[in-house]
Design a protein around this ligand. Structure first.
Ligand SMILES: [Zn+2]
Length: 138
């Protein structure tokens, strides 16, 4: 798989195998008009298997939060068919209204209009917990 198959866009490489679809939906890539390719179970020297998402369009996406889902991701920005920048995702200390608490008894589930807020409690394994009910997001 060659990164330069896209001209101007973003490649999300080294996604933990099996999580590409989740990221696709979280970034609302089903609503964009440019070509998006999802590759799953690609062989990787580093990871065994990995997923890749290729977006052929210069979109502005909330990429900084991707580490929450798959901390191994490399973000590759492609311009004129060349790699302009590669960067690793980081783990934000707090995430608002991106993850949703799945606890049915949580105040964010029972009340309307409350922001879903998660904070980082485990740097190593990217563990996020709801600030209201302490439920772990996974
Ligand atoms: Zn909660």
């Amino acid at each position: 798989m060659r990164v330069d198959a896209i001209k101007n866009g973003i490649v999300l490489d080294h996604i933990e195998a099996g999580r590409a679809l989740e990221i696709y939906h979280l970034l609302s890539l089903d609503k964009v008009s440019c070509p998006v390719a999802i590759l799953t179970n690609v062989s990787s020297e580093k990871m065994g298997k990995k997923d890749i998402i290729k977006i052929d369009g210069a979109l502005s996406l909330p990429l900084e939060i991707l580490g929450v889902i798959s901390p191994s991701i490399t973000i590759v920005l492609v311009e004129d068919g060349k790699v302009r920048e590669k960067r690793h995702v980081s783990l934000p200390k707090e995430v608002t209204d991106f993850l949703r608490c799945k606890n049915p008894r949580c105040i964010t589930s029972t009340e309307q209009g409350i922001h879903h807020r998660f904070h980082l409690t485990g740097e190593k394994n990217a563990v996020y917990r709801c600030v209201y009910c302490d439920a772990q997001w996974s």
